[in-house]
Design a protein. Structure first.
Length: 120
């Protein structure tokens, strides 16, 4: 089960690899025991360098295992967590006006998902 450590909503004109340092810094501040981050091949250059420069930590890049579909280690946890968040109707469209409201809705949706997994 993927646990949400940090949320950072950014404008669409900023690429995820550039903005990825913000939740990484937030997660590292809130959980100082973090020693590494994990990312897919899209985060190879910018995010990897930013984490190394700002935080002096390493990033594990998950590589493709070969041709065709295969479950990538660790990445499926993130993808499954995003899929669970996708079940929230409020997150299906950009209903929120402020960034703070959008981040709060992600947290509320994740809490709801965790509570449902705990009960069932």
């Amino acid at each position: 089960m993927g646990n949400l450590l940090a949320v950072f909503v950014h404008p669409a004109n900023i690429h995820d690899t550039v903005a990825g340092i913000h939740p990484a810094l937030q997660a590292s501040y809130n959980y100082p025991s973090i020693t590494r981050f994990c990312g897919d091949a899209g985060y190879r250059k910018t995010f990897e360098h930013d984490v190394a420069d700002f935080m002096e930590l390493e990033v594990d890049i998950v590589e493709r295992l070969g041709e065709g579909f295969s479950v990538l280690p660790k990445r499926w946890v993130v993808e499954r967590t995003f899929a669970w968040l996708g079940h929230s109707r409020r997150l299906s469209k950009d209903y929120e006006i402020s960034i703070e409201a959008a981040e709060t809705m992600v947290r509320i949706s994740h809490m709801r998902t965790l509570l449902r997994k705990l009960v069932y």
